[in-house]
Design a protein around this ligand. Structure first.
Ligand code: 3PG
Length: 209
């Protein structure tokens, strides 16, 4: 099983994806992978999310497919059954953390405060989703945490864009970022997957190494 650190090292950003129509899942995933973004977070926010994960797993062997917005133990089970290789959550409720540990699922738990970060690091989580990044203090907040908690690494998400992602990635405690800007609803609904590949390439060019 690939570790969370390895997954985060595989791309400078993780697209946060909301699939509304199942038929969009595979072309969207292919467009992002073609653009250089293989790590995909499919959020469990729509009824077709689990089927979307299954479809992408079948059709896109180069994609590293995970599930986002995990809320409880039932999500952990369902998402692993669908083939997700990692999970992400905006928070870290105890029931969810226990389920993730039982299942041994590579996982980015959500954290917005130093206390949450310390507790999750103590429990062995290598990388935390700093959420909601911009609203919770953004770059200055993470910068402040890097001195007392240098071992705790983050993937900031929530309000991250091409404009501010580089500032996050310049911090020593940020390993990658997450965001929905590379898969905007408007382009997905219009079936303009070529434009999505272009957005992905633009992100890779601006953010890599
Ligand atoms: C998430 O689920 O992580 C956020 O909703 C993504 O935030 P963004 O849409 O501001 O990128």
């Amino acid at each position: 099983m690939t570790s969370v650190s390895e997954i985060c090292a595989a791309a400078p950003m993780i697209p946060v994806i909301v699939i509304k129509r199942l038929e969009d899942a595979v072309p969207l995933a292919k467009a992002l992978v073609e653009g250089g973004l293989p790590v995909l977070e499919i959020t469990l926010r729509t009824p077709v999310a689990l089927d979307a994960i299954r479809a992408i797993k079948d059709a896109c062997p180069d994609a590293i497919v995970g599930a986002g917005t995990l809320r409880g133990a039932h999500d952990v089970e369902a998402t692993m059954e669908a083939g997700s290789v990692f999970g992400v959550s905006p928070g870290s409720p105890a029931e969810l953390i226990e389920a993730v540990k039982r299942a041994n699922l590579p996982f980015l738990p959500g954290s917005a405060t130093p206390t949450e970060a310390m507790e999750l690091a103590d429990q062995g989580f290598e990388v935390l989703k700093f959420f909601p990044a911009e609203a919770a203090g953004g770059v200055p907040m993470l910068k402040s945490m890097s001195s007392p908690l240098p071992d705790v690494k983050f993937c900031p998400t929530g309000g991250v864009s091409l404009d501010n992602a580089r500032n996050y990635l310049a911090l020593p405690n940020v390993v990658t970022v997450g965001g929905s800007w590379v898969a905007p609803d408007k382009l997905v609904e219009a079936g303009d997957f070529a434009a999505i590949t272009k957005l992905a390439k633009e992100a890779v060019a601006a953010l890599k190494g």
